[in-house]
Design a protein around this ligand. Structure first.
Ligand code: NDP
Length: 452
C-alpha cells in the first residue's frame, strides 16, 4: 500500500508528463491539475488505482478527431474553420457532451471540456461516457443561412463518428436550439435515418425533452440551494450575481427568482448590467433569445434601475451568492478576493471551470461554499440523458416529470459529493467530493473492462 504523500508525488510527476505530452493546452493542464490534486486519498486506498498505466489511460482520450469545415458566406466567400470531436471515455456509456462554436475553441479547450465531462457524467449516476466537440466558428453576426451552411458542412464530416449508441453531442456556447436543428437535419439527410437519440437539445416538437433548455441553470440553483441548506440557510431574500446572458445564465436567473432570490446582474463579452430591482427576464430573453442582441440594450430599455458597465468585472457587485455562467477562467484570484471582501456565502459554477485554481483555493480557504461545475452544472447533461431515454422509448414526458427527475438527480449529486468529501477527510470540500465520487465510478468500470 502506498501512502498519500507517495501517491501525490506520483501524480505530480504525471502532471508534468501530461504538460509535456500535450503542449500548448493550458486549459487541459488546468483541468487535469484540478482533478489529480484531489485524488491522492482514493488512489492510496485502492492498490488497483495505483497500477502503472491506469491514470495514464484516464487522461488520454480514446479518440480525437480534427477536421476541415469549409462553408460559404452570404456573399459567396469561402471560409475554412476547424472542427473537433474528442471522444474521451466510454467506460460508462456512449460519449456524451456538447459542441461549442466560439473563436477561442482549439484542441486544448475541447480536451479540458471532455475531461471534465467524464466525471460530471459519472456523477449523474446515468449511463453516459464523456466527450466534447466544437469549432472555432463564430456565429455572432452571422445570418441564419450562414449558420445553416456552416452546420451542414460541420455535420457532413462529424456524422461518421457519432450515433445514438456511439457518441451523442448536444449544445454548449454558441450552439443552441437553432444549431441543433440544422445539425440534426443534415445528419438525417445523410444517413436517411430518424435516429432521434443521436443529438440532444432538440426542439420539443421533434424529439427534444421538455426542461432541457432550463436544466443546466435550474440544476445549478438547486445545487446552490442544497449547499446553503447544509449551512442552515435558504435562497429566500439572497442577492445573487450571475455572469453570462446565454442559455445557462438565463435559466439560472429564472430559477433564482422563482425561489425568492434577487438576481441583479448578467453579462456578455461587451460588459455587464446591474439591475437593482432584479433582472427582468422577459426583457433579457427578448434581447438575447429573439433579437440575438447585446446586454447594453437591456440597460437602455429597462429604465432607471439598470446600468451597463462596459468591460469591468461583474464580481465587483456585492452579493450573497455568485453563479458564474459564461466561460472558463472568468473568475480569478482578484475576483475571489473581492467576492470574499463583500461577504459572499456561496459560489456555484454554472459554466465549466469558470474559476481559476487559485480562485477556488482562496474561496475554500475563506469558508465560502464552493460548488464545482462538474457537480453543480450536471443538470444539463442529466436531462440530455433523459432525452435519450425518451427517444429510445419513443415517448415524451411531462415538464413536471422531467423537473422532478432533475431535482432528484441534483439532490443525489449534492449528497454524493458531500458524503464522499467527508469519507475522505475533507468535510465541506465539494471539489474533492465531486472528483473522487466521479473518479470511483469511472475507474471501477475501466478496471472491470480490462486494458483497452
Ligand atoms: P451560450 O452561448 O448560450 O452563452 C454564453 C454566454 O457567455 C454569452 O453571454 C457569452 O457572451 C458569454 N461568453 C462566452 N464566452 C465568453 C468569453 N470568452 N468572454 C466573455 N463572455 C463570454 O452558452 P451556454 O449558456 O450554453 O454556456 C455557458 C457556460 O455553461 C459554458 O461554460 C458551458 O460550457 C457551460 N455549460 C453549458 C451547458 C448547457 O447545457 N448549455 C451544460 C453545462 C455547462 P457573448 O455572446 O458576448 O460571447
Amino acid at each position: 500500500m502506498t501512502t498519500r504523500s507517495e501517491t501525490q508525488t506520483t501524480l505530480d510527476h504525471l502532471l508534468t508528463e501530461i504538460e509535456h505530452r500535450n503542449p500548448a493546452q493550458p486549459e487541459f493542464h488546468q483541468a487535469a491539475h484540478e482533478v489529480l490534486e484531489t485524488l491522492a486519498p482514493v488512489i492510496a486506498s485502492r492498490p488497483e488505482y495505483a497500477e502503472p498505466g491506469f491514470i495514464e489511460r484516464l487522461v488520454e482520450p480514446e479518440r480525437q478527431v480534427i477536421f476541415r469545415v469549409p462553408w460559404q458566406d452570404d456573399q459567396g466567400r469561402v471560409h475554412v474553420n476547424r472542427g473537433f470531436r474528442v471522444e474521451f471515455n466510454s467506460a460508462l456509456g456512449p460519449y456524451k457532451g456538447g459542441l461549442r462554436f466560439h473563436p477561442s475553441v482549439n484542441l486544448g479547450v475541447i480536451k479540458f471540456l471532455g475531461f471534465e465531462q467524464i466525471f460530471k457524467n459519472a456523477l449523474t449516476g446515468l449511463g453516459i461516457g464523456g466527450g466534447k466537440g466544437g469549432s472555432d466558428f463564430d456565429p455572432h453576426g452571422r445570418s441564419d443561412a450562414e449558420v445553416m451552411r456552416f452546420c451542414q458542412s460541420f455535420m457532413t464530416e462529424l456524422y461518421r463518428h457519432i450515433g445514438e449508441h456511439t457518441d451523442v453531442p448536444a449544445g454548449d456556447i454558441g450552439v443552441g436550439g437553432r444549431e441543433i436543428g440544422y445539425l440534426f437535419g443534415q445528419y438525417r439527410r445523410i444517413t436517411n435515418r430518424w435516429e432521434a437519440g443521436v443529438l440532444t437539445g432538440k426542439g420539443a416538437g421533434w424529439g427534444g425533452s421538455l426542461i432541457r433548455p432550463e436544466a443546466t441553470g435550474y440544476g445549478n440553483v438547486l445545487f446552490a440551494a442544497a449547499m446553503l441548506r447544509e449551512r442552515g440557510e435558504d435562497l429566500e431574500g439572497q442577492t445573487a450575481v450571475v455572469s453570462g446572458s446565454g442559455n445557462v445564465a438565463i435559466y439560472t436567473i429564472e430559477k433564482l427568482t422563482a425561489l425568492g432570490a434577487n438576481a441583479v446582474t448578467c453579462s456578455d463579452s461587451s460588459g455587464y448590467v446591474v439591475d437593482e430591482k432584479g433582472i427582468d427576464l422577459d426583457l433579457l430573453k427578448q434581447i438575447k433569445e429573439v433579437e440575438r442582441g447585446r446586454v447594453d440594450a437591456y440597460a437602455e430599455r429597462r429604465g432607471a434601475s439598470a446600468r451597463f458597465v462596459a468591460g469591468g468585472s461583474v464580481w465587483d457587485v456585492p452579493a450573497d451568492l455568485a453563479l458564474p455562467s459564461a466561460t472558463q477562467n472568468e473568475l480569478d484570484e482578484k475576483d475571489a478576493e473581492t467576492l470574499i471582501r463583500n461577504g459572499v456565502k456561496a459560489v456555484s459554477e454554472g459554466a465549466n471551470m469558470p474559476a481559476t485554481l487559485e480562485a477556488v483555493h482562496l474561496l475554500q480557504k475563506a469558508g465560502v461554499a464552493f460548488g464545482p461545475g462538474k457537480a453543480a452544472n450536471a443538470g444539463g447533461v442529466a436531462v440530455s440523458a433523459l432525452e435519450m431515454a425518451q427517444n429510445h422509448a419513443r415517448t415524451s414526458w411531462t415538464s413536471q416529470r422531467v423537473e422532478e427527475e432533475l431535482a432528484s438527480i441534483m439532490t443525489s449529486i449534492h449528497t454524493t459529493c458531500h458524503d464522499t468529501a467527508e469519507r475522505y477527510g475533507a468535510p465541506g470540500d465539494y471539489v474533492t467530493g465531486a472528483n473522487i465520487a466521479g473518479f470511483e465510478r469511472v475507474a471501477d468500470a475501466m478496471l472491470a473492462q480490462g486494458v483497452i
